[in-house]
Design a protein. Structure first.
Length: 685
C-alpha cells in the first residue's frame, strides 16, 4: 500500500508483507489511522488464527513510554520492534490503551472479533450468541436508544449498555449490504420513516457536521485533490446549515447504510449500530443511505429504500437528500485508506466524483425518450419532485411536461397532465401540475389552464391591470371556467425577437413601450396589493432559498441576495403606481398600427415604478448575455428605459435585485445555466 511520504512516520507498516515479517505471523490490515508526521496506528488480523491486534509507529517518546506502562499495568506487555527517532511497537487487543480497562473485566473465552477500530471500539460475538461492543467512551446511552426506538415501534435491535460496554443478541443471517432485497430495503425505509416521525426527544445531542475536517483530511492525504475537495467543501459548508435551518430536526440514526440493517430468513429487519444517533434533519439519514448504495453501485437499492420511506408516510425532498448524500460521500472519502485497501486512492477519486455528481441537480440540456432527443426547455423548482421540466422536441417544436428528481426523468405523454385537463390545441407552455397555455387550432385564442379554483386569481389580476390600458393593448377575456381562462390572441410581433424588426422599428417599438409605461404611471396608482421593497426582498430570498443548491457558489448567491435587499430597503418611500411585476420582453408585443401589447397581467400590483423599469432593464442585459439580443439592440432598450424618468437609485436597486433573481431562475435551466453562473460571478465581484 502506497501513501505520500509526508503522511508517514513509518511507511513500511502499510505493507502487509513487511508487517507480517515484523510480527512473525500472516496478517491483513483492517484499520488504519494516521496523524501526519506524528504516528501511524494499524489494526491487523491474523489470517490463520483470526486474532486481532495493533501496531503503532510514533515519534512521540512520551506516548511510547505511556503505552508501555499502561500495557504492563493490565498484564499484556507490548512487543517493541524499534526504538530511536521512530518507535514501533505492537500489542494485543487487550493492551489497547483506550479499551483495556473495559476489556479486563470481561471474559473473552470463545470470542470472535467482528470489527476492531483501535482506541475506539471493538465488536465481538461470544460463544453463547451475544454481540459485545466495547467502547472507548460510555456506551450506556445505547441501551436507552434501543428502548426508546422500540417504543416508537421501530424494529431496533435490543441492547443493554453499562459503562463502556453494550450487549445485544446475535440476530438474523446477514445485513442488507451482504444480502440485499427489495422487501428488506423497503422495510428499512419504512422503519426509518417511523423513527423520523417520532420527533426529537428533549436534550438529544445534535449529530455533528464536520465539513472542514473531512476536507482537510482529504487535501492532506492527496494534495492533488486539494482544490477539488475544497470547492466541494465550500459548497457544503454553506448548503448544510442553510438547508438544515429550514427542515425540522428529528431523531436520527446518524450513520445509516445497508450494513446497519440486519435481516433474517423471514425477511424481518433490525436497525443496529446507534453510536452516532442524535438529532438533525431527516434528510441526513436518507442521504447517508443513498450515498452508501451508490458507493456499492446499487442505485436501485437507494430507490427502493426511499420508496419504502414514502409509503410509510415519510416526506422526501430530493434536493436536501442530494446535498446530504454529497456530505456522506465526503465524510467517507478516506474509508478505503482507513481500512488499508491498496486501491484507496482510486476509491477516493471515485467517491469524490459521486459527491460532485450528487450536487449536479439540474437536468442535462438534452434527454432521450423512446429513441427521440428532447431539449429541456425550461425548469422550475418543485419540492415534491425536485424540478418540474418542460421538454421540447427540437424537430417538431412539440412540448411535454415532466419532472427531474435525483438524476431521473419522468415525462408525461404530450398533451397530458395528472392534475390539469388540457384541451385540444398546440401546447405553448406547460409546467407540470401547475399551469399550461394552449393555442387554439385557428390561432385566434389562447387558453390558460390552472388547477381547480385557481382561475379566479387570473381574472382578479386582469381586472386590477385596467390602468395599463392607458398605454397598452391587453387581450380580451373570451370565457372562463373554474380552471381555465381563454383570451383572444393579441396582434403584434414579440419584442423578444429582434430579428422580426428593422433597426428603426426596434427603436420605435421600445420608445412606444416606454411611453406606454409613462402613460400608465400617470393614470394613477391603479388597484391591487402593494408590492413594497420589503415584499420584493421576501420574493428574492424565496428564490435564493430554492436555487441555493443549484449554483456553484451558494455563498456568493446569499451575499448578492442580501446586498440586493439592503439596496432596496435603503430606498425612500416611493410614489405608488400601477406595475406589472413581471415585465420583460416576452410579455410585450408591437404593431406599427396600434399601441404596444401587454400579456400576463395577473400579477398586477401597486409599487415603485422602478419595479417594472428595473425588471425590464435587467432582462435586457440578460438577453444579451443569453445571445438572444446583440449589444446594439440591448443598448437601444436600456437607453429608452433610462429616458422614462425613473429615479436612478431606485432603478439601479431593482435592476440588481432582478439580476440576482435571474441567476436563481436560470440556475435550474441547463441551456443557460453557465451564463447564470457567469452573471453570479459578475454581480458578486
Amino acid at each position: 500500500m502506497n501513501l505520500p511520504e509526508h503522511l508517514l512516520v513509518h511507511n513500511e507498516l502499510l505493507d502487509t508483507t513487511f508487517l507480517s515479517g515484523l510480527l512473525g505471523r500472516r496478517v491483513e490490515i483492517v484499520h488504519l489511522r494516521i496523524k501526519p508526521g506524528h504516528n501511524v496506528l494499524v489494526a491487523w488480523r491474523d489470517l490463520d488464527t483470526r486474532v486481532h491486534g495493533w501496531t503503532e509507529a510514533t515519534v512521540d517518546p512520551d506516548k511510547f513510554t505511556n503505552a508501555l506502562r499502561r500495557a504492563e499495568r493490565v498484564g499484556h506487555p507490548l512487543t517493541v520492534h524499534q526504538q530511536g527517532e521512530v518507535m514501533v511497537f505492537s500489542g494485543a487487543v487487550a493492551a489497547d490503551r483506550k479499551l483495556a480497562r473495559a476489556l479486563r473485566d470481561l471474559p473473552d473465552s470463545g470470542w470472535q472479533v467482528l470489527r476492531y477500530n483501535p482506541q475506539r471500539r471493538l465488536v465481538a460475538v461470544t460463544g453463547d450468541g451475544l454481540v459485545v461492543r466495547v467502547h472507548a467512551t460510555s456506551a450506556e446511552h445505547l441501551g436507552a436508544i434501543s428502548t426508546r426506538w422500540q417504543g416508537y415501534g421501530v424494529p431496533a435491535i435490543s441492547m443493554f449498555g453499562h459503562g463502556h460496554v453494550a450487549v445485544s443478541p446475535w440476530w438474523g443471517i446477514a445485513d442488507l449490504a451482504a444480502r440485499p432485497s427489495v422487501a428488506g430495503t423497503r422495510a428499512a425505509g419504512a422503519a426509518v420513516a417511523k423513527l423520523h416521525a417520532a420527533g426529537q426527544p428533549e436534550g438529544l445531542p445534535e449529530v455533528p457536521v464536520c465539513v472542514s475536517t473531512s476536507v482537510a483530511a482529504v487535501a492532506e492525504s492527496v494534495p492533488r485533490f486539494a482544490g477539488r475537495v475544497r470547492k466541494l467543501g465550500e459548497r457544503l459548508a454553506v448548503l448544510l446549515p442553510e438547508l438544515s435551518s429550514r427542515e425540522p430536526a428529528t431523531e436520527l440514526h446518524g450513520d445509516l447504510s445497508p450494513d446497519q440493517v440486519l435481516v433474517d430468513e423471514a425477511g424481518q429487519i433490525r436497525l443496529i449500530d446507534f453510536d452516532r444517533a442524535g438529532s438533525g434533519p431527516a434528510s441526513r439519514d436518507l442521504g447517508s443511505f443513498r450515498a452508501a448504495c451508490h458507493r456499492m453501485g446499487r442505485p436501485q437499492q437507494a430507490t427502493e429504500f426511499l420508496r419504502g420511506y414514502r409509503q410509510a408516510g415519510g416526506v422526501v425532498d430530493p434536493v436536501r437528500v442530494a446535498v446530504w448524500e454529497a456530505y456522506a460521500h465526503l465524510s467517507s472519502a478516506l474509508n478505503a485508506l482507513r481500512h488499508g485497501q491498496d486501491d484507496w486512492e482510486q476509491q477516493l477519486a471515485d467517491t469524490l466524483a459521486l459527491a460532485e455528481a450528487a450536487l449536479e441537480l439540474a437536468p442535462p440540456a438534452q434527454v432521450e425518450l423512446a429513441g427521440q432527443n428532447w431539449t429541456v426547455n425550461r425548469a422550475w423548482p418543485d419540492p415534491k419532485v425536485g424540478l418540474a421540466v418542460e421538454l421540447k422536441n427540437p424537430a417538431t417544436g412539440q412540448l411535454r411536461a415532466g419532472s427531474w428528481s435525483m438524476g431521473e426523468l419522468t415525462a408525461q405523454a404530450p398533451g397530458t397532465d395528472p392534475k390539469l385537463a388540457l384541451p385540444e390545441g398546440e401546447v405553448v407552455s406547460h409546467r407540470l401540475r401547475r399551469r399550461a397555455v394552449i393555442r387554439a387550432a385557428d390561432g385566434q385564442s389562447y387558453t390558460k389552464i390552472v388547477r381547480a379554483g385557481k382561475s379566479a386569481a387570473i381574472l382578479e389580476g386582469t381586472r386590477r391591470a385596467e390602468a395599463f390600458r392607458a398605454g397598452f393593448r391587453m387581450p380580451e377575456i373570451l370565457r372562463h371556467t373554474d380552471d381555465t381562462v381563454t383570451l383572444a390572441a393579441l396582434e403584434g410581433r414579440s419584442l423578444h425577437r429582434p430579428e422580426l424588426f428593422s433597426e428603426q422599428e426596434w427603436r420605435r417599438a421600445w420608445a412606444e413601450v416606454t411611453a406606454g409605461l409613462q402613460a400608465t404611471w400617470a393614470s394613477g396608482a391603479g388597484e391591487g396589493p402593494v408590492h413594497a421593497a420589503a415584499t420584493e426582498c421576501e420574493v428574492l430570498r424565496g428564490w435564493a432559498e430554492k436555487a441555493l443548491a443549484f449554483v456553484d457558489r451558494p455563498g456568493d448567491l446569499l451575499a448578492a441576495t442580501e446586498r440586493a435587499c439592503a439596496g432596496l430597503m435603503a430606498l425612500p418611500e416611493p410614489e405608488l403606481v400601477a406595475c406589472h411585476r413581471d415585465l420583460h420582453s416576452k410579455q410585450l408585443l408591437w404593431s406599427p398600427e396600434a399601441d404596444p401589447g401587454l400579456l400576463d397581467v395577473d400579477t398586477a400590483c401597486r409599487a415603485d415604478r422602478a419595479l417594472d423599469a428595473g425588471n425590464l432593464r435587467a432582462h435586457a442585459l440578460w438577453r444579451q448575455r443569453q445571445g438572444v439580443w446583440n449589444a446594439e439592440q440591448t443598448a437601444v432598450v436600456c437607453e429608452e428605459i433610462d429616458r422614462a424618468g425613473v429615479d436612478k437609485q431606485a432603478l439601479a436597486a431593482y435592476q440588481y435585485a432582478t439580476l440576482v433573481r435571474l441567476v436563481c431562475v436560470y440556475a435550474f435551466r441547463p441551456k443557460y445555466r453557465a451564463q447564470a453562473m457567469e452573471l453570479l460571478a459578475e454581480i458578486s465581484s
